[in-house]
Design a protein around this ligand. Structure first.
Ligand code: GLN
Ligand code: ZN
Length: 745
């Protein structure tokens, strides 16, 4: 019998019970005991569900009250120095994660290329030791419920250290943890565990290449110290960085991702590297919401099986990255619904695949194949889209001439001032939107409310004397969902939440069909705003790459094709705005950089595809239309060439927290187009002082040409409150006027 397993189950719960639990503890509404009891109830439910799905090995220890890396930090006594004298308990845990009045929180960082964020361990002046028996306790609890099926899961020492801050010597830090891991493994095997899943995803990254020898040492030590433990060396999100070397590790099994990194991992298996090993084959995509292609996956499984000592079937990674179940999504088109697969459905798929491999006939297998085919054949996946051949991907005129033409039209002062797009979404904005969604107020009443808010802010911006105004984005909850609701090919779900960080969850739209512009997206609000003022109002769109990266995307077409489809839709919207007389249009690409593939070797293709799609969206405009873009980060070193190739007339970026570091990347020679360097940090309510802003304008002006430079905050102002926003913008405009004066402009 082919065995099936999984790597981790979503924590959130079907109705986000987990989020509610933790937040009610934070709010002081439940006691610590209640938190722990209800946490246990959730774990029990998750275990039982996975057992019912037929898993032979069920992950244990994947549950967390915030983040699995933070769990390890507390267990290993890797506590931030500023909190070292606090007692090591759940309240310290939440303080590290969230900060308190006296202490800043530890940094959050993206978990590889996912949208999950972990708490970065801080190694300054720490003495690693075991402070608790967390994983053992969880194992004993699980064993009571599911017996020998319980499989402990832990992040491995090399990945843990590689993801930490403040480590000066990786090998030494890892070395200090090895005895702790050995103790944990020993405790687990004594309690009855056999397999232990040790996650080492750092070994799919370029950085992992530096730790190959270290891996050999560490895993030899661990297998020698605890020979009873059957260690699964688990990686995901890409292929092994060096399969030849890693296959030599003396571990019992390898967990490999055959969805992301399929080609390389399959080639490694076919070359016989794993012929004496057990291979836990990740063949069902744990990162996306689509039902697996059973025909292709069965072929793949057979091919792997031929080349390894024993095959187990599992998802490509933890199911943390997908929503819990499709069963509540009853509003969706039935063809689409049957083609979707969230965590619970993925577990069922794995079981069906394994049974089929063993020759067991289950009618559900054939049904699944038929559903999959129906989705591919659906009309919404086979739309005749505009022929890309006829779409320009280059502006008619080069940027210097464009700048002249645009300036003739816009007549902006030197150092023009503007904002990034959104203004504060007051409690009133949010509650009115909610009322409208619930049907408590009419469409017309809602539109009137939004228009009143737009008008109020146009007046505020005029009073502030900003040069380029925005409508404020009050009609949008979110810069992707809003577009998803209006473009064909997108849908949103009722309960398709995934954890982003801590108790924060997001509900990404699903791109399920060919994307098409079928109605105006932003014209009404933008044109209304422009009708209220003589100053230029900047139209505000989200770009194709960001829309894709923050959605669950289709995988039946290439990413490049998907980017291009969305690029075309945005092009159509830009044409409408242009026709309506909007002179400046901003296409935000907030998520361009975070979508970079893990491996350097794959980054160029991604960036080229991104640039191409952005240019599909933005190249058809007239010379006199000014295209802006915005990105929420300043670390551009690796991607500066691609940013240049976007050929946006103006880019605004976040800089105030990087203290001028990025200026190097933006020397005039390299980047000749318009740049708005964020002159103050919008992440805090603090109102900046005039001298600070003046400095943030004058410093970069030493390297950048005056006619390039724009003045704006770091990012959108949606999450700020109105008083501090107006106060900060006032300082920004006054500082700009002072600089203009001092330069006698
Ligand atoms: N235009 C968007 C806003 O201002 C940009 C947000 C972002 O960059 N994340 O909210
Ligand atoms: Zn931003």
């Amino acid at each position: 019998m082919t065995q099936v397993t999984s790597l981790g189950y979503p924590r959130l719960g079907e109705n986000r019970e987990w989020k509610k639990l933790i937040e009610s503890y934070w709010a002081g509404n439940i006691t610590q005991e209640e938190l722990f009891d209800q946490g246990k109830a959730l774990r029990t439910d998750f275990l039982k569900k996975q057992e019912a799905a037929g898993l032979d090995l069920i992950p244990v220890g994947d549950f967390s009250f915030y983040d699995h890396i933070l769990d390890l930090s507390l267990q290993f006594n890797i506590i931030p120095e500023r909190l070292a004298d606090r007692s090591n308990d759940i309240d310290l845990y939440f303080t590290i994660a969230r900060g308190d009045k006296e202490n800043v929180a530890s940094a959050l960082k993206k978990w590889f290329n996912t949208n999950y964020h972990y708490i970065v361990p801080e190694w300054e002046n720490v003495t690693p030791r075991l402070t608790n028996t967390r994983l053992l306790d969880l194992y004993i609890e699980a064993k009571d419920l599911v017996g020998d099926k319980a499989k402990p899961v832990i992040t491995g020492p090399i990945t843990y250290v590689a993801l930490s801050n403040g480590v000066t010597d990786v090998a030494a830090a890892v070395d200090s943890l090895v005895p702790l891991y050995a103790t944990i493994f020993k405790q687990l095997t004594e309690a009855g565990a056999t397999y232990i899943q040790v996650d080492e995803p750092i070994f799919v990254t370029d950085e992992g290449a530096a730790y190959l020898d270290l891996a050999k040492t560490v895993y030899t030590q661990l297998t020698t110290a605890v020979p009873e433990a059957k260690i699964i060396f688990q990686t995901y999100f890409e292929a092994l960085i060096d399969a030849e070397k890693l296959a030599e590790l003396p571990v019992a099994a390898f967990g490999l991702d055959f969805v992301h990194g399929l080609e390389e991992n399959l080639a490694a298996v076919q070359s016989g590297l794993f012929k004496d090993k057990e291979v836990f084959a990740g063949v069902v995509d744990g990162r996306n919401v689509w039902a697996a292609d059973f025909v292709a996956t069965t072929d793949l499984l057979k091919e792997i099986q031929k080349n390894v000592a024993n095959l187990l079937v599992q998802p490509s990674c933890s199911l943390l990255h997908v929503p819990v179940t499709t069963k509540n999504e009853t509003d969706l088109d039935p063809v689409l619904l049957k083609g979707l697969s969230f965590a619970d459905e993925k577990l069922a798929e794995i079981k069906l695949l394994a049974e089929n491999l063993d020759g067991i006939t289950n009618p559900q297998f054939a049904e699944h194949v038929a559903d999959f085919e129906a989705l591919q054949a659906a009309d919404f996946r086979n739309v005749d889209l505009e022929d890309l051949e006829n779409v320009p991907v280059k502006r008619q005129t080069d940027f210097a001439e464009r700048r002249r033409i645009q300036q003739e039209r816009l007549k902006l002062p030197a150092l023009p001032t503007t904002t990034i797009g959104s203004f504060p979404q007051s409690p009133e904005v949010r509650s009115t939107r909610l009322k409208w969604k619930r049907g408590d107020i009419t469409d017309a009443a809602y539109e009137n409310f939004i228009n009143a808010e737009i008008e109020r802010w146009i007046r505020i911006q005029e009073d502030l004397d900003l040069d380029v105004l925005v409508h404020g984005e009050f009609e949008r909850v979110d810069m992707v969902e809003f577009f998803g609701q209006k473009l064909a090919g997108f849908t949103t779900t009722k309960l398709g939440w995934v954890q982003s960080y801590g108790s924060r969850a997001v509900k990404p739209p699903i791109i399920y069909g060919d994307v098409q512009h079928i109605q105006p997206l932003t014209v009404k609000e933008t044109v209304y705003a422009q009708s209220l003022t003589d100053r230029p109002v900047k139209g505000m769109l989200t770009g194709p790459i960001t829309i894709t990266n923050w959605s669950f995307e289709r995988t039946d077409i290439s990413r490049a094709d998907l980017f291009n489809q969305i690029g075309l839709a945005i092009k159509d919207e830009i044409a409408l705005l242009e026709e309506a007389g909007i002179a400046i249009i901003q296409v935000d690409e907030a998520a361009l950089r975070e979508g970079l593939p893990l491996r350097k070797a794959k980054q160029k293709a991604y960036l080229d595809d991104s640039v191409h799609a952005f240019r599909i969206a933005t190249s058809s405009v007239e010379d006199r239309t000014q295209i802006h873009t915005h990105m929420c980060y300043s670390n551009f070193d690796e991607i500066i060439d691609s940013i240049r190739e976007l050929d946006a007339d103006v880019i605004s970026i976040e800089t105030s927290r990087s203290h001028g570091e990025l200026i190097a990347a933006f020397e005039t020679a390299v980047y000749p187009l318009g740049i708005g360097l964020g002159v103050y940090d919008i992440h805090s309510p603090r109102v900046p002082s005039k001298p600070e802003i003046i400095e943030n304008i004058e410093r970069p002006l030493q390297n950048l040409a005056l006619e390039q430079f724009w003045v704006n905050p770091d990012c959108g102002l949606k999450t700020r409150r109105e008083p501090e926003t107006v106060a900060a913008l006032k300082v920004m405009v006054e500082a700009t006027k002072d600089v203009r004066k001092s330069l006698s402009l």
